[in-house]
Design a protein around this ligand. Structure first.
Ligand SMILES: Cc1cc2nc3c(=O)[nH]c(=O)nc-3n(C[C@H](O)[C@H](O)[C@H](O)COP(=O)(O)OP(=O)(O)OC[C@H]3O[C@@H](n4cnc5c(N)ncnc54)[C@H](O)[C@@H]3O)c2cc1C
Length: 419
């Protein structure tokens, strides 16, 4: 056991852990001992992957309705206290990262996630806040101080502990849902919502869908339960996966609801896809006009200026028509109407969801309702939980990293008042 007694030990050097340490820099400067214990061999591994390597670190239009949690009221208060503006101010004026806005999405102007990881690393180095690597924490016990034990049999003593171990996705980045194991001796299952993959792909056994592997289109998706009730909807890019399923931003945004429906035992879930980004009426008009212009061409060629050939083929096959064998002249008004309707509302069966390891975030984790407004575990002074380890997850668009920054900043504020 080390003789050092740390003022604050942060478990996990991901987005939330690093930001929390950065927000504690002033306390460190005043002589307080702050240390990060990181299970892996480098910090910010998942952060480096974000936004396809560009790091969509926040959103200027953060809305509570874009999140899923057990305590929406508290989440709103947290985001109001420390939201996009406070985060942007810290990044630009303290960490020195120039930000760029694309629509409402916020990125570093370099469009490189390594800029964000480096800014945090360099700032921590300036304040001599160190990280011990390959220290995988296995348990915490509270006696006079917190006793934090690692799998190398080291025990660290601390007055405050922040758990920032992330969720269950992308195991290669170090996150395995460890918050549950670490707190085993101090909590029971009532403290947690089980971790599940969110922002993930959906699998389907719809005939012919595998032929669309790799195809992307702009459109929208609606998720229907067995009673035909719309349970979720979103618009944006749809990507067909090589496993024979659907992904892309708008599919990921509704995936959380699908995971929930499957867990509730729903077996007849449908995703209704608009594969055109337009209305069926508009598509009817476009095909109708093309029939006058290119009546002699086969349907695939005649529609190639407005539809990807694979999509025309897939949808016409579902009508028992062969797009390369039939001329547009042969497509009568009734068939054009049916094709237009299917292109704008194609029903795809949903059989499951992608592997947790490939999901962008997890839902579930330590209940927000069991934390106070500074992310401190109620009735356990000095123990804080932040980031994806907490039961808060958002849709794509910078919402999840914003939660990492918000929860980290609030925990740091609480700790600064105590040390
Ligand atoms: C491919 C991808 C792209 C994404 N893009 C975006 C995006 O553009 N915008 C956005 O808002 N969100 C994005 N996200 C989500 C975002 O990355 C996460 O929400 C965020 O990283 C969560 O931060 P965290 O610090 O809570 O957890 P993590 O970043 O997962 O960090 C947890 C850290 O804790 C360490 N750790 C775990 N267990 C232990 C232990 N027992 N002992 C010691 N250390 C431990 C891990 O090694 C890791 O370093 C993306 C996610 C993925 C996978």
């Amino acid at each position: 056991m080390s003789n050092n007694i740390y003022d604050c030990l942060i478990i996990g050097g991901g987005a939330a852990g690093l930001y929390c340490a950065a927000r504690l820099a002033r306390a460190a400067f005043a002589g307080k001992k702050v240390l990060i214990l990181e299970g892996g061999s480098r910090v910010g591994k998942k952060l480096a992957l974000t936004g396809s390597g560009r790091c969509n670190l926040s959103n200027s239009a953060i809305e509570i309705s874009k999140y899923n949690t057990d305590d929406a009221f508290k989440l709103e208060k947290c985001l109001n206290r420390y939201g996009y503006l406070e985060t942007a101010d810290f990044y630009e004026n303290v960490l020195g990262v120039v930000l760029e806005q694309k629509g409402t999405l916020i990125y570093p102007s370099t469009l490189k996630s390594s800029t964000v990881v480096d800014a945090l690393r360099f700032y921590l180095a300036d304040f001599h806040i160190e990280t011990v690597f390959k220290e995988h924490v296995t348990s915490i016990v509270k006696n006079k101080f917190f006793e934090v034990t690692t799998d190398s049999d080291e025990t660290y003593l601390a007055k405050n502990v922040v758990i920032a171990t992330g969720g269950i996705t992308y195991h290669s980045t170090g996150s395995n849902g460890d918050v549950v194991n670490i707190l085993q001796g101090m909590t029971d299952e009532s403290f947690f919502v089980p971790f599940r993959p969110a922002l993930t792909s959906l699998t389907s056994d719809t005939p012919g869908i595998k032929a669309l592997a790799g195809i992307r289109c702009r459109g929208d998706v609606k998720v229907l339960n067995s009673k035909g009730i719309i349970k979720a909807q979103s618009e944006g890019e749809i990507l067909f996966t090589k496993e024979g399923g659907i992904s892309g931003i708008c599919v990921m945004d509704v995936s959380d609801n699908v995971v929930q429906l499957i867990d509730e035992g729903e077996t007849d879930i449908k995703a209704i896809l608009n594969l055109t980004g337009k209305s069926a009426g508009e598509i009817f008009q476009m095909i109708y006009i093309r029939r006058q212009m290119y009546a002699h061409r086969n349907c695939a060629d005649a529609l190639s200026g407005m539809l990807l050939r694979n999509i025309t083929d897939f949808v016409m096959k579902s009508m028992d028509l062969k797009c390369d064998k039939m001329t547009l002249r042969e497509l009568d008004d009734k068939k054009i109407a049916k094709l237009s309707n299917l292109l704008c509302a194609f029903p795809v069966s949903v059989t499951g969801y992608g592997d947790a390891d490939k999901a962008q975030v997890s839902s579930g984790g330590f209940k927000l309702s069991k934390l106070d407004e500074n992310m401190q575990v109620k009735n356990c002074p000095g123990l804080y939980i932040i980031g994806e380890a907490v039961n808060v997850n958002g849709i794509c668009g910078g919402y999840n990293l914003q939660w990492a920054w918000t929860s980290a900043a609030l925990a740091a504020e609480g700790i600064s008042q105590n040390v």
